[in-house]
Design a protein. Sequence first.
Length: 268
Amino acid sequence: MTGHDRPAAGFARAQDGTALAYQHHGQGPPLVLLAGQANNHHWWDGVRGDFHTVRSTLTLDLRGTGDSGKPEGPYCVRQFADDVVAVLDALGIARADVYGTSMGGRVAQHLAIRHPQRVGRLVLGCTSPGGAHAVERDASVRRSLAQPDAQAVRRVLADLMYTPLWRAAHPGPYHTLGDPRMPAHARRGHLIASNGHDAWSELPRIAAPTLILHGGQDRLTPPDNLALLASRIPGARTHLFPHARHAYFEECRNEAGKLVRQFLTGEN
């Protein structure tokens, strides 16, 4: 199947039979875009078109989100990485560049570790190595995200994602605050999967050229994780957006998009 005749959307099947919804936009070599925890492919709506001058973009709804199946679980990031491979197989894509942010960056790490032949260039955004070596969010952030009022949690998430100045100029709606259609068991499964991530010992096995991006004011995944990842991934390049929060890819869209495009095409 060539890039010109791949369907724009459809379903693949995971190894356990779970339906995996995917969305393919544009023409050219594929760039897989992986969203954050408990979010569907709409996470990328604001920026995916920025890559279409150099790549087509392939998103998927990870199990538990969007139009994909929502099995009881358990879920883990290694399983999510294998699900990405199932989508690539269904579309006849032997190798793709990969850009993962937040939990999607954790999935991308395992994809590059477990399936190195499937990953061309790798971009990791606002993510961490996980485990004991990671720098975790502080207790006040955890408490604010654990409150029972769903609307209050969305307000907290919006503040963690974007600076007040940017939100004032961009009143939303925001696509990074969680998939509202997720059942409770899938939401818990994503949280457990993300918390269970630990790639520290395996990161030196990543052979793909790697670019690591992070917001300097990120309290959801503290920016010290950028240097930790770079210290473990051979030859990794880094860039910090000093005034951005977790969703740097939207708030610093022009700069971040340009950096990623240049990296994908070997211009930097």
